[in-house]
Design a protein around this ligand. Structure first.
Ligand SMILES: [Zn+2]
Length: 245
């Protein structure tokens, strides 16, 4: 028994000594590491960072955002428009959106003395007749009245291949010449000016049905090229009158 105890004590002592040596090695290692880090930190040039200046400078965080687009306001007044939208149907108002509106197309009805209301009602009746497709976004009457049949931005059946990118204006007339009455002419000019300004359409994109298909529409303004040029001038002048003020 005695012998065994002695042996154990010896073992214990050896363990303690071993432990102390370990701690010493670790402490040395930590101190050396600390010194090395300190040495490395000292090697970093300090002139690069002006700490005082950084502290004095107000810290502003700039977030780049696009300024909001100013909302476009059409300078040309909206003429009196009697909105009587057609029922959505396959023959006069398909209810389909156009692509971007690039053109305003001017027409004449080719049916003397008929009124804007009669033509509107005819377009509306096509859904029941079901054999002809025809309509227009707007019809301008003999007394200058304006009826909106199909909202701009929706396809109307007036200008063939241009239907998907235009607004159509039909005009009433008194006789076979197709010449517009003064009241019709003035309303057509004001409406076209308003729409051209609204959709930012230039002079070259105000066209006749004739320019799309070669059909003699609007007849008088196909036969009298000078009167057509005059109408476009009147439209542009009407816009300019409001844009410059
Ligand atoms: Zn036409």
């Amino acid at each position: 028994m005695k012998k065994e105890k002695k042996k154990n004590r010896k073992k214990k002592n050896t363990g303690r000594r071993f432990h102390s040596a370990h701690i010493l090695v670790w402490l040395t290692a930590i101190i050396l590491t600390g010194l090395a880090v300190r040495f490395l930190l000292d090697m970093i040039p300090k002139d690069d960072i002006d700490v005082d200046a950084l502290l004095e400078e107000p810290v502003t965080i700039e977030i780049e955002t696009d300024p909001p687009e100013p909302e476009y306001v059409n300078p040309v007044p909206r003429p009196d428009i009697d909105v009587q939208h057609l029922t959505i149907n396959d023959y006069s108002r398909p209810g389909e959106a156009t692509d971007a509106i690039n053109y305003i197309v001017i027409h004449y009805l080719g049916n003397p003395k008929t009124t804007a209301q009669e033509n509107h009602d005819y377009f509306e009746s096509l859904k029941d007749l079901q054999d002809t497709s025809m309509s227009a976004n707007f019809v301008v009457g003999l007394e200058g009245e304006i009826i909106e049949c199909v909202p701009p931005g929706e396809i109307a059946y007036a200008s063939n291949s241009m239907n998907h990118e235009s607004i159509s204006i039909e005009n009433c007339h008194l006789d076979e010449t197709g010449r517009f009455t003064e009241a019709t002419y003035q309303s057509c000019v004001k409406l076209a000016a308003y729409l051209a300004a609204e959709y930012q359409i230039d002079r070259d994109h105000i066209i006749r049905h004739y320019d799309v298909t070669g059909k003699e529409c609007p007849l008088y303004y196909v036969e009298h090229e000078d009167k057509w040029e005059e109408m476009k001038d009147d439209i542009m002048n009407y816009i300019a009158q409001y844009s410059e003020s």
